[in-house]
Design a binder for this molecule. Sequence first.
Ligand code: SF4
Ligand code: SF4
Length: 223
Amino acid sequence: MIVGSRKPIPELKRVLARHKKVLFAGCGTCVTVCLAGGEREVGITAYALRMARKLDGNPLEIEQVTIERQCENEFIQDVAAAVERNEAILSFACGAGVQALAERFPQKPVYAALNTQFLGILEEQAVWTEKCLGCGDCVLSDFGGVCPVTRCAKRMLNGPCGGSTEERCEVADPERPCAWQLIYKRLEAIGQLDNLERVYPAKDWRPSWHAGARKIVREEHRV
Ligand code: SF4
Ligand code: SF4
């Protein structure tokens, strides 16, 4: 899923300072599951901002909606009337959802309530970890299902850097496991250590975002 976190209230207050009537739009998918931008978080944030603006003597009127999927026009269409009633939109979706709203309603200011962070999984209650950068040329099959592109801080494709300590990565977070320890153990467990004999060529980053925003068209499904 896409994982994000809500921006701090002072930042949201600053962004909305020029408006008196704003639509707060939650999204019902990834950001609901990661407890950042669903109906509940929209409600809590609306309450906090209403209070903050009231204390400033500059009340803010807020209308709240939750769109099932903010990254699809079909669902965005449902809130067109609510958008019309408000001066601006504060979107609690990922960056894609925010931009989808901005494209659909070109005359309305659309602001981001969240910091979109990564593609990840739920490890345990309220803990998410990053697993994929969306590099566009997946190598997981060769590395036992552990992504060196995302989980190795140096994106090493031909073995560890040699800096790990007690199976932990030497870069930044001392709790982060060395991706190459994970890769080795996983390949050992599934009897595919011979995968490591292959010398990986330098990764071609053109399918990733390094070449600019990407686009996928499935001609067979177009109407
Ligand atoms: S190799 Fe690329 S597509 Fe595959 S999991 Fe890693 S970042 Fe994602
Ligand atoms: S310690 Fe392991 S995960 Fe960290 S940069 Fe080196 S090889 Fe990559």
